[in-house]
Design a binder for this molecule. Structure first.
Ligand SMILES: Nc1ncnc2c1ncn2[C@@H]1O[C@H](COP(=O)(O)OP(=O)(O)O)[C@@H](O)[C@H]1O
Ligand SMILES: [Mg+2]
Length: 295
């Protein structure tokens, strides 16, 4: 089986805040899984739980089918919150310390520095690093010991567009090596550009999940108008392949099943005695689908 992580009905409360409400997720090997949601939706809590930093109130999770031990968790590379590097130590010294904590060979330091394009600044003090370099160092640290799975919380947080693009390429490279990556983000664009799968959280509830193209798909909305909107709506609801009829000002919008087009709809309406004054196609973009989901 390819399943790396299974989360089963996990709930977590902080006082009277329902941070997570019975979340279930399955993540398979090689996926780049985005946990997408606005601030406060429970992303960091989810990652904290699967990394064993937080205990769930209810529910369970397993890595590779087993209840995780401390030893298993060490094999997962993680970036959770801003890492605490020592400002007056160099990048290399900071990573050497991280190696001791993670009990991996210090021989790995130069490999990860090179991977994150930091080798030429390896001996500079951490405090002299730009935000982008600090973030790259944090990812380098997560890569120590060459873990098969990476868990990254908002890996591009606070970066400029160039820094974001750099991190994106690093993540895509890692995925190409076959690593499984689980990343939280509140930025739709980032998830869309990087991830193969996505789960959308809102106020601790899992709204939807699956392959990115099916969750955030570019569905074509059909906009229809005619003289009598009530009659139009009633008639549309009787036509095969028509779903999600919604009022849109003095028009109606709907989704047509695949294989059905506006000509089909026009004909079907006409056969039922309705003359449409407008039938037009409106492509809904990913952003509006996402906003619709979290509304
Ligand atoms: N230590 C904590 N104490 C109290 N409330 C918390 C704590 N951590 C998170 N929360 C609350 O839980 C909810 C989910 O937070 P979080 O998982 O950090 O969301 P996200 O990472 O999506 O922004 C928020 O309402 C947040 O305020
Ligand atoms: Mg967070």
């Amino acid at each position: 089986m390819n399943e790396i992580l299974s989360v089963n009905n996990v709930s977590k409360r902080y006082g009277n805040v329902n941070a997570l409400n019975s979340i279930s997720l399955q993540i398979n090997k090689g996926e780049i899984y985005g946990i997408l949601g606005p601030n406060g939706s429970g992303k960091t809590t989810t990652l904290g739980i699967i990394l064993g930093v937080l205990n769930p109130d209810r529910g369970s999770y397993s890595w590779n089918g087993n209840t995780p031990t401390k030893y298993d968790r060490k094999k997962i590379g993680s970036l959770l919150e801003t890492p605490n590097f020592y400002p007056y130590l160099s990048a290399r010294q900071n990573l050497s310390i991280a190696c001791k904590v993670k009990e991996v060979s210090e021989g790995d330091v130069d490999r990860v520095l090179s991977k994150l394009d930091l080798l030429n600044r390896a001996d500079s003090k951490f405090k002299t690093f730009s935000l982008g370099m600090k973030q790259r160092l944090a990812i380098a640290s997560a890569l120590l010991g060459n873990p098969e799975t990476l868990v990254l919380d908002e890996p591009t947080n606070g970066l400029d567009p160039q820094g974001i693009a750099e991190i994106r390429n690093v993540i895509l490279d890692l995925a190409n090596e076959g690593k499984t990556i689980i990343m939280a983000s509140h930025i739709l664009d980032e998830v869309e550009k990087i991830c193969s799968h996505v789960a959308i959280l809102k106020l601790g509830n899992l709204l939807t999940y699956g392959p990115i193209e099916s969750v955030l798909n570019n569905q074509e909305q059909v906009v229809v108008a005619s003289e009598n909107l009530v009659l139009l709506e009633r008639t549309l609801s009787q036509i095969d392949g028509v779903s999600r009829i919604q009022k849109n000002g003095d028009k109606l919008s709907l989704i047509l099943a695949s294989g059905k087009d506006s000509t089909y709809l026009n004909k079907a309406l006409f056969e039922k005695g309705i003359v449409a004054s407008e039938i037009s196609i409106r492509k809904t973009d990913l952003e509006s689908n996402f906003l619709e989901l979290i509304k």
